[in-house]
Design a protein around this ligand. Sequence first.
Ligand code: NAD
Length: 488
Amino acid sequence: MPLRPESASDLLIDGKLTPGSGGVFDVVNPATEEVIGQAAEATAADMDAAIAAARTAFDTTDWSRDHAFRARCLRQLRDALLAHADEFRELTIAEVGCPSFLTHGPQFEGPVTDLGYFADLAESYEWTRDLGTAKPMGIKNHRELRSEAIGVVGAITPWNFPHQINFAKIGPALAAGCTVVLKPAPDTPWCAALVGKVVAEETDFPPGVLNIVTSTDHRLGEQLSTDPRVDLVSFTGSTATGKKVMAAASESLKKVFLELGGKSAFIVLDDADIGSACAMAAFNVVTHAGQGCAITTRLVVPRTALDEAITATRDALAGLPAGDPTSSGTICGPLISERQRQRVESYIELAKQEGGTIEIGGGRPNDKPKGFFVEPTLISGLDNSARVAQEEIFGPVLVIIAHDGDDDAIRIANDSPYGLSGMVYGTDEDRINKVVNGVRTGTMGVNGGIWYSADVPFGGYKQSGIGREMGVAGFEEYLETKAVARPA
Ligand code: NAD
């Protein structure tokens, strides 16, 4: 059955597609500002029903123990979603404003394909480990460890890479044997709701195993964080909201998994090819208009090559203008909303007030009267203490900062409340390794290296989060460990 916008105006609760008790809310195309359809507006009562369904499915079915069945359901979902790839691509670009090329990667096909990785893990994981015998208190015992699903997972996600983040939570959580209530961001409800439709109509997932609740009401996220029937909250979003989720979850002492903000440094050493390094830094920051938590937004270059680096970066940005996301050549699309554009513009104003120079961009593109576009922007003349170098902007805005050698570059990278990602460009392996070891972040690229993959754990140090998503480590976030002993 073809997926259309009207297919996305239901919640998925207890295996049934149901309208939201609060009616519907508008979905806006960020590239055109047009209302392109509606999504279901859930209320607290809908969320309560979703949590109840997830709890019942976990407590009363074999879902958490039947590893082969879960693997089969996940592969079935992957195949059904990929069969709808063209419809998903179109609706995702319309809803998220993401450039079309990204839907062949992290904005759709990548994370959907990765469901197969988590299905494989459900089957191949060592669910029971023999610890052999020991003599605690002089009595010989045989011990084993059993891994078990943690229970009901509340998944709360943002709008920037909705498929990637939704599947990086529901994939491992379901593979581990948990049941899930997913609450996507109000800006991108369709990406989740359409998955709900496919789950309900084209897969064998038992009722209540996966529930999807769309709403504009952030309090539904709070409800997931506080409800004692939820065993783990898996949250991706801003650091400010992550702190609220953690505080709310403490009341029922549930496990919290947090993927938060970033302000990652792109370090160029003095033996690097400045031109190619700056071209890559420019490409990174305009990708999806800079709306990525792991995007490198501070370009840290040798002071001796500062002018050369500014020129190279400015030239590269000039060749990467904001454009129509449906076009295959576009790298930089619109921001998600007017609210987000105003936030980005206020940071550009702040940079000027702080004494920064706008080397290129800084405004709205003249050829785009509609859509929440901002020009790719380079800010120079500030050091790392400037607010635009410390705070997450979440737009196509790069701040260039001079360093006085490798140690100083590491110091600047680490002078941040965040620790999510980073990049280093250079030629000397020892110097590169010193930087990789010195920068306190969850991921690092070297000379353009891309770490993103289903088997690579992703997450942050410091205020960028707690825990790891993806990979075996990401799967194990959704497990409890039970130790069992018997006299031998
Ligand atoms: P946000 O924090 O405003 O919202 C994220 C989600 O939390 C939404 O679903 C929202 O409805 C919900 N929410 C809001 N208030 C809540 C509350 N009090 N309790 C529970 N849930 C609540 O973030 P956003 O603006 O949607 O996304 C952008 C942010 O996400 C950026 O800071 C970005 O760095 C971060 N992000 C991080 C990662 C990562 O993996 N580290 C990935 C993508 C985005």
